[in-house]
Design a protein around this ligand. Structure first.
Ligand code: ARG
Length: 457
């Protein structure tokens, strides 16, 4: 048991208590952030004359040698240390002796862990952002190739109006674009450095907190030392943004699963992204999409967990807050995995444009356009709606689509119909004539705008 405290204790910690309390099993994940924070801290301490330049150099040299050994595998991070902070400090003292004991001057584990978590979250946000951006690139590529791939658009999972695959993919593009904006907002808002807040009440050493903040690429130092050590808002915001990403991925997965079903056959998931059944030889299952949909619950769980953990905590630091780590790490890793896998599945998926177009033709998705045709010929919309309703009933009875009716059949229901009705209700017309901003006929411009956006950063 290697602990950073013990002076006021007369008994050894019970082993079970030690195990229950220890966080080394998971906080080793931010080992490199912990060292980075320490290097900035001692650099500032030396600048302020709190440490000598020699002491600073010895400490930084020691810290760097620890990192090198951990990376080389010659130094293992083991359970004999209570947490990653103790691991680093104990090893430093081992290596450089008493000078190592000065590392923790003007610092508490409360502001240290607040810093480590922030640095970790900030690094992860930029990786998440790159993954979402890559997915956006895949989506825009599919859009570009499918500007004229017709398919039914649905409401209530009932065929509604014809759209294009580009239009459908474009909807997801917008969702994931907003997800990136949310991540960027969080990065910006959280980017104040808590180091130097001490346990809760700051310190009497003449720290230059703004300087430490600058060394660590923060926009400045946090404004209230109690808030600094008690704040996990940014983690909650991240878990909320991750939950929204998962919600989007899950809806998308649900559609892929439906589209991949025997009944729809709109898409074919690549063999590399499908799995078989141990008993039914004919099966090719959309497991990746199902797993992404399934893992969504786990990420929502992390958000609710942390909100619940934080809700009753008096200021400032409480050990309950150690619970933020495992669930946040798990949520981040889960979302990163889901983004990468979903992206790969999407990029290799085959879209069956013939099946999609056929489906659009056989679901009366052009009924609204037939009504619009009548309106354009002077029939009030409400009457037109009724007339087209009768057309649909007639087709259902005969098991045909609107474009399979003869002109005589049309005119029996309304004499307003002329030969140009076929042109007016063709799927191509229905889609391509809808050119208002955001509509299926305007996706070429959307693809262009998306491309410009993706080039921005
Ligand atoms: N392992 C702790 C955490 O994750 C670090 C801070 C410990 N501070 C303390 N006063 N016990 O929150």
């Amino acid at each position: 048991m290697a602990q950073l405290w013990g002076g006021r204790f007369t008994k050894e910690t019970d082993q079970l208590v030690y195990n229950f309390n220890a966080s080394i099993g998971f906080d080793q994940k931010f080992f490199s952030q912990d060292v980075k924070g320490s290097i900035a801290h001692v650099t500032m301490l030396a600048k302020q004359g709190i440490l000598t330049e020699q002491e600073r150099d010895d400490i930084i040299g020691g810290l760097k040698s620890i990192v090198a050994d951990v990376e080389a595998g010659t130094l293992k991070i083991t359970g004999e240390y209570e947490d990653i902070h103790s691991f680093v400090e104990a090893n430093l003292i081992d290596r450089i002796g008493d000078t190592g004991k000065k590392l923790h001057t003007g610092r508490s584990r409360n502001d240290q862990v607040a810093l480590d978590m922030k640095l970790y979250v900030r690094d992860e946000i930029s990786q998440l952002d790159q993954l979402v951006k890559h997915l956006l690139g895949t989506l825009n590529h599919i859009m570009e190739e499918n500007l004229h791939t017709y398919m039914p658009g649905f409401t209530h999972l009932q065929k509604a109006q014809p759209i294009t695959l580009a239009h459908h993919m474009g909807a997801y593009f917008e969702m994931f674009r907003r997800d990136r904006e949310r991540l960027a907002d969080i990065s910006r808002r959280m980017n104040l450095c808590p180091l130097g807040s001490g346990a809760l009440a700051g310190t009497t050493y003449p720290l230059d907190r703004e300087y430490t903040a600058k060394l660590l690429d923060f926009d400045g130092a946090t404004r209230n030392s109690m808030d600094s050590v008690a704040d996990r808002d940014y983690v909650i915001e991240l878990l909320s943004a991750l939950s929204t990403i998962m919600m989007h991925l899950s809806r998308f997965s649900e559609e892929v699963i439906i589209w991949n079903s025997n009944e729809y056959q709109f898409v074919e998931i690549d063999d590399a992204y499908s799995t078989g059944s141990s008993i039914m030889p004919q099966k090719k299952n959309p497991d990746i999409a199902e797993l992404v949909r399934g893992k969504t619950g786990r990420v929502y769980g992390a958000l609710i967990s942390l909100l619940t953990t934080m809700k009753g905590l008096p200021l400032a630091y409480n050990k309950d807050m150690q619970e933020d780590k495992e669930l946040t790490f798990d949520a981040i890793d889960t979302v990163k995995g889901c983004l990468a896998l979903f992206d790969g599945m999407l990029a290799t998926m085959k879209f069956r444009s013939d099946v999609m177009e056929n489906s659009a033709k056989h679901g009366f998705t052009n009924a609204t356009d037939a009504a619009d045709y009548l309106v354009n010929h002077g029939v009030p919309f409400r009457d037109a709606h009724g007339i087209v309703g009768r057309l649909v009933l007639y087709c259902l009875d005969k098991n045909i689509s609107l474009d399979q009716m003869s002109l005589a059949e049309y005119q029996k229901i309304s004499p307003v119909f002329q030969d140009d009705i076929y042109q007016a209700i063709s799927i191509k017309t229905c889609v391509e004539k809808r050119t208002t901003k955001g509509a299926p006929g305007a996706m070429e411009a959307a693809v262009e705008e998306n491309r410009r956006y993706l080039m921005e950063d």
